[in-house]
Design a protein around this ligand. Structure first.
Ligand code: NI
Length: 264
């Protein structure tokens, strides 16, 4: 079992990341991909990857930070991307959801920052981890425009949400599809119109990836508590039921997919 997207580099894990990582490996998680959202958390992800054998880093500038960039952010990111065990560029993308803590960032800036990181991923031949919230159309338009810059397996739509049509387009472009603990929640998230369970059902098993997005989105029955990488197992069991296949099959297939995509 692999947790292909978490944030052990965030404050929430400052005091006990060592315990959390060891506990995940003891529970049957074999590899963990830790993801940055700006320069300092990307730096932290790179450092953590040096410390643990089966821990990897994905580094990038999240769209939430697109209006607070230092002038040299892209150079800094490129330097980090060349460090050992950096396996992808993320999480990058576009977010049009209006959060309590964070209003929608200027779409033009978000798109520019996303495109620059598509170019960086192309230059370094790294896959993308895409963050999309309510911005599927603009993301797909950009990806189609920059198709010549994408790898054959261009990356993963992290924590997938959206319409069936968006899912089909992402699959057509060769992307993998990541599902997280929120697939275990009943009902639809604000602004969404398609049940995540239906989207997972539609996604071919050889394109599925399991993630936690720890410390966020803990799956039922842990919902409301801090999420941790070992809960990837809970989510994988849930997805197995949704797809009416065995947990062993989901575990084997999603592990294989993640290793292939990120060249682990
Ligand atoms: Ni995340």
């Amino acid at each position: 079992m692999i947790d292909a997207h978490c944030h052990l580099n965030f404050h929430s894990f400052e005091k006990d990341y060592d315990e959390v990582i060891k506990s995940a490996f003891a529970a049957g998680v074999t590899k963990i991909i830790n993801v940055g959202t700006k320069i300092d958390s990307s730096q932290k992800a790179v450092e953590l990857a040096q410390k643990y054998e089966n821990l990897y880093a994905v580094i990038g500038m999240h769209p939430h930070h697109a209006d607070k960039l230092e002038e040299d952010w892209l150079e800094e990111l490129e330097k980090l991307a060349k460090k050992p065990k950096v396996v992808g560029i993320g999480e990058v993308g576009i977010d049009y959801f209006s959060y309590k803590s964070n209003d929608v960032i200027n779409p033009k800036l978000q798109k520019e920052v996303f495109i620059k990181q598509i170019e960086l991923a192309h230059k370094l031949k790294l896959p993308l981890q895409i963050h999309n919230r309510q911005a599927g159309k603009d993301i797909i338009d950009i990806l189609i425009n920059y198709k010549s810059r994408l790898l054959n397996s261009p990356g993963v739509f992290h924590c997938f949400a959206g319409s069936l049509n968006l899912l089909k387009k992402a699959l057509d472009l060769g992307f993998y599809v990541g599902f997280d603990g929120n697939i275990t929640y009943n009902g639809l998230a604000p602004g969404e119109d398609t049940d995540l369970k239906d989207l997972a059902k539609y996604t071919p098993t050889d394109r599925l990836i399991v993630e936690t997005d720890s410390p966020f989105l803990a799956p039922v029955p842990k919902r409301g508590s801090r999420n941790v990488p070992e809960y990837a197992i809970i989510t994988a069991k849930f997805i197995a039921k949704v797809k009416d296949i065995t947990f062993a099959e989901i575990e084997a297939k999603t592990t294989e997919n993640t290793i292939k995509l990120f060249n682990l």
